[in-house]
Each structure stands twice: as C-alpha cells, then as structure tokens.
Design a protein around this ligand. Sequence first.
Ligand code: B12
Ligand code: SF4
Ligand code: SF4
Length: 370
Amino acid sequence: MNVPSLAELQEVAGAHGIDALGVARAEIFASTLEDLVERKERGLSADMQFTYRNPQRSTDPTKLVPGAQSLVVGARSYLRDAGDPVPEVEGPAGAVARYVWEDHYQQLRVGLEAVADLLRGHGYRARLVIDDNALVDREAAHRAGLGWYGKNANLLLPGKGSWFVLGSVATDAVLPPGQPLSDGCGTCERCLPSCPTGAIVSPGVIDARRCLAWLVQAKGTFPAEHREALGQRIYGCDDCQEVCPPNRVQARRPVEISNAARRPFVGLLDILSATDQELLDRYGVWYIPGREARYLRRNALVALGNTGSDDALVRRAVKRYLGHSDPMLRAHAVWAAKRLGVVLPAALQDDPAVEVRAEVQRAVTPAPVV
Ligand code: B12
Ligand code: SF4
Ligand code: SF4
C-alpha cells in the first residue's frame, strides 16, 4: 500500500478549514499518564471523568485502531468576530466562551473525516477522535509539533496562538512524525494572575475545582466562593486566553455563518423562562451534566445575581425562582436575590430543604448597581 504524503493530507485538511495538521507516533503518552494520575491524586481533576476516567486508555493511542502507527492531528481556529452588529438579546446577557459560539468540533470533524477518507482510500484504517474520552488531544498535538503548552495549559500554535480546537485521526499508516516544539511563553506570565479564581495553580497546571470552565459544567451546587467570580458567564471562560499576547496576532476570520446561528451572548431571562426541551434544543451542543437543563438555569441565576440590575423583569424572574419546585434552583435564587437586594419572603426561613435554609443564612455581598 502506498502512503499519502503529509503534503497531500495537509492539502485535504486545508481545503476543509483545518489550519494546521501534523503527525505524532502512536505510542504511549507516558508523561501525560503520570500527569493524569498525579493530578487525580491531588484532587485537581475534581470529579471530572473525560480523559481522567481511564488514564491508561486516554494516553494509549494504540488502543484506538488495531495496529495503530500514527496520529494525524488537526487544529482548527475558532477565533471569530462577535459580528456586526453583535447579536442582540433581551435583558441581561450571559457570556459564552468563544469555542462554542459555533459548533467548531463538528466543523473540525468534517475536515478530519476527509483526511481519514484519504487514508482509507489508500487501504489504511482510520478512526477520528475529537474531544473524546479516549485520547488527550493537547498531548497528541504537542507530540505532532503543532504547538507548545502555555502557562495557562492551552496549546499555542507558533504565530497563531491558542484559539484552536484539536482532534486526531488514528491510523495504521506509517507517516513521518513531527518534533515537539519547545516553550514559546518565555518570561511572560500574564495568564497566571488573570484567572478570576486563581485556578492556574502553577504554570501549565489547572485546578478544576476552581476553574470556571469546569464549574459551569459540574453537577450540584455552584460553589458559593466562586459565584461572584463567575460574573455574567453562562458557559466557558476565556480570561486566561484573552490576556495572552500571542493570541493578539492571529487574524480573525471573517464571519462564516449568519448572526442568528452565532452565539457570543445568550439572554439570561430567556434561559429562566424556556422549557427543558427548548434549552436542550438550543444549547444541546454544550456539555450539560446529565443533559439536565436545570444546570443552565443554575448558572443563569448566578450570572443574573452578578448583573447588579434593578430592572423589574430581572427581579420578577428571581422572585419566581424563589418559589421554584427544585431546591437547588431555589437556593441559587436566594443568593441572586440577596445580591440584587430583592427582599426574601419570610417563609423561606422555614424552607423544607436544608440547602435553601443555609442559603438564607449566608452573608452575601450586594452586587454594585449598574
Ligand atoms: C478535561 C478538559 C477540560 C477541563 C480541565 C482542563 C485541563 N487543563 O485539563 C476543563 C473543564 C476545566 C476545561 C476547560 C477548558 N478547555 Co478543555 N478539555 C478537557 C479535555 C476533555 C481533557 C483534557 C485533559 O485530559 N487534561 C489532562 C491534563 C493532564 O492536561 P493539561 O491540563 O493540558 O496538562 C498538560 C500541561 O500541564 C503540560 N505540562 C506538564 N508539565 C508542565 C509544566 C509547564 C511549565 C507547562 C507550561 C506545561 C506542563 O502537560 C500536561 C499533559 O501531560 C480536552 C479534550 C481531550 N479529549 O483531550 C479538552 C480541551 C483540552 N479543552 C479545550 C478548551 C478549548 C478548553 C477551554 C479553553 C474552554 C473554555 N473557553 O472554557 C478551557 C481552558 C481551561 C484551561 N486553561 O485549560 C481544548 C484545548 C485546545 C487548546 N488549544 O489547547 C481541548 C483540547 C478540546 C479540543 N478537542 O479542542 N477543559
Ligand atoms: S478558563 Fe477561566 S477560570 Fe479556568 S483557568 Fe482560565 S481564566 Fe481561570
Ligand atoms: S499569557 Fe503569556 S505565559 Fe500565559 S500562555 Fe500566553 S504567552 Fe504563555
């Protein structure tokens, strides 16, 4: 069987909107296996599953395809303009992280599928893994020589920055591997103090228990000590990338899809009034724990509490949630009400749920009125 050249693979990838493509040997990611195990032991992985569920598997590309020899790793830029005009929402807006303004994973999937098809056309096996529990994507990209690990843990492409999603094609074709790049951050440390919760505990190491990007996806109560830091975010967090100097040089791509389909902001009031089905239809591509729409509402209540708004519609929405049947949402509504100076009904002192009563007792800093 003849092997397609890297240039041929790159050409196909480029034609499908993939910005960089490289090759790593399909061999065990030994240092990443150690990192996963060690971070799990230190509690830094919180209760995340993903690649932490089975570190042996997620660091062994040979398990992806029988006889796997190579990983063809692709990076697709997701840096886009917010749009002109920025899509409007009614009432206070919740901020959405850039990587989910559009479904970039799907677009990367289409590109890597074309790469996989080329390999299959030459008689090789090829399997895609993108943001999958079965492979640690950044390490694959690092080994393929696509970029370096920033102190904010993101993989940065030279001259282009970190606004990229990553994915791989595992194949039994033997392809020439790239060389891992050395550090490109130099003396810069801007991302370390930029994190609103201090989640970058040392260069390149994230404590998920404090990372807002994880907390918006985690089950249960949103930790009280990080609610103010959430600000008006509803999904994801970009702070440690926004401050990163190499991220300023990458030219923004022109908008490729209509304003209606792009989502830099969402209406917080809208999230609180929509049905479960509507929320899953609209935001189903996000990681929502257990596909339970209540977690979007939980995040919206915290974000609403942080708006400092004295708008009548905002106060009405919070009051409605003070009487919600779900104790978790009642508790977050109590917090939001206190932040916004909405008077709590006396009956909440005797609420049947202990978490609601605890929230009634909690001291909360009022949000500055805007
Ligand atoms: C779990 C997960 C998360 C978790 C934990 C993040 C984390 N840092 O591990 C949470 C939910 C917090 C998260 C957040 C985000 N994520 Co995420 N996430 C993943 C997932 C599913 C697994 C990551 C993983 O296995 N981490 C394991 C640990 C060990 O890896 P690491 O933190 O990268 O650690 C490396 C460095 O520490 C480095 N290292 C070791 N020693 C040292 C020393 C120094 C000095 C340095 C600099 C580095 C260094 O080696 C380690 C690996 O061995 C991947 C998808 C996948 N299947 O791989 C996406 C992925 C990593 N996420 C991605 C994105 C886009 C994000 C967000 C930007 C989204 C957002 N805007 O909210 C944030 C960024 C947060 C951050 N600063 O890292 C992209 C990253 C793309 C890129 N260019 O790097 C990925 C690859 C998804 C994808 N397929 O594109 N994510
Ligand atoms: S994503 Fe946000 S919370 Fe997480 S490490 Fe970066 S700045 Fe901190
Ligand atoms: S802000 Fe500076 S230290 Fe942090 S990832 Fe970017 S270049 Fe590296």
